[in-house]
Design a protein around this ligand. Sequence first.
Ligand SMILES: NC(=O)c1ccc[n+]([C@@H]2O[C@H](COP(=O)([O-])OP(=O)(O)OC[C@H]3O[C@@H](n4cnc5c(N)ncnc54)[C@H](OP(=O)(O)O)[C@@H]3O)[C@@H](O)[C@H]2O)c1
Length: 338
Amino acid sequence: MKKPVLGVLGATGVVGRNILKILEENNVVYEDIKFLASKKSAGKEIEFKGKKYTVLEAVPEAFEGINIVLASAGGSTSLALAKEAVKRGCVYIDNSSAFRMEKDVPLVIAGVNDEDIRTHKGIIANPNCSTSQLMLVLKPLHDFAVIKRMIVSTYQSVSGAGLAAINELKENTIAVNDGKTFQNKVFKKPIAYNCIPQIDVFCENGYTKEEMKVTNETRKILHLKPDTPISCTAVRVPVFIGHSEAVTVEFEKTITPEKVRELLNQAWGVKVIDNPEAYEFPTAVEAAGTNPVYVGRIRKDIAFDNAITFWCVADNLRIGAALNTVRIAEKVIDMQVF
Ligand SMILES: NC(=O)c1ccc[n+]([C@@H]2O[C@H](COP(=O)([O-])OP(=O)(O)OC[C@H]3O[C@@H](n4cnc5c(N)ncnc54)[C@H](OP(=O)(O)O)[C@@H]3O)[C@@H](O)[C@H]2O)c1
């Protein structure tokens, strides 16, 4: 089996650091590995598996000789560099939203639509974090009962907005506790002791771009009808790591909460914690640093026919970004499609 040269682009960021952790945990096979970031970090050292590596500036020529790029350096960086990397023979696994909805770019959650990887033409996209955690849960339910429509409310942690946002929650909280004024930079409203119903910019239809990502990416990954009604409200909450979601799904066929529990108990990558009488249900703090998508509060919805409502929690930096990126890279290696 051919072993790839890996390139981690955005290695100094929040997602990039998690990619390094997971590459090590999963013991991914590679011939060689390179670390890339902006000019600002070029020359700095990164330690990986006990060895020191110098961070390279991500210019087009730096991708020469790399087979698989695990990229988490933002949309504008990917727009500038992905095609340059592909031109130089790389498979570019992208964490940004730059290419997700392009027809020729497979949008993949490992374990859900792996076969789409084989159709890649150089770029493979990793879905938005809120979409990602939902897919492993929805796939077995959709296979059984067919999704008719869905309403999702997200409660998203600040780490989803990068290192600067994590620091802003810390500093804003300290300032409030000390009775000092604080000027928010990353968020449009105070994030300490608050919930902000805006993630990303507003679209013409009144939804935010983040909300429309959940709608459009879910349809693409699960191969749903393009007009399947999906409505999302995305909210930023003062949690460091872990996104939570309240989800109501109406199905074409009848499905009971017992059947949902049975299907999800067998599902890969999913863990059911659902014993309300003993106050057992998953929360973001418990999910942080772990790989499964946790599901609880599974019940028959009383507002819609044939609908189930549940609560779903996961580490956004893992399944929502780094873990799925590494899993896609592992599939690319297993399938030898690089
Ligand atoms: N955080 C999440 O939960 C999450 C989930 C899904 C997807 N994503 C996506 O992943 C990407 C990174 O997010 P993050 O949270 O890790 O952000 P971050 O902490 O701000 O890190 C950004 C990384 O990108 C690098 N970078 C920035 N501009 C660059 C340039 N012009 N050329 C090369 N490298 C550049 C930075 O390098 P320097 O250190 O040198 O500046 C850093 O390594 C974004 O596209 C984000 O949308 C994040």
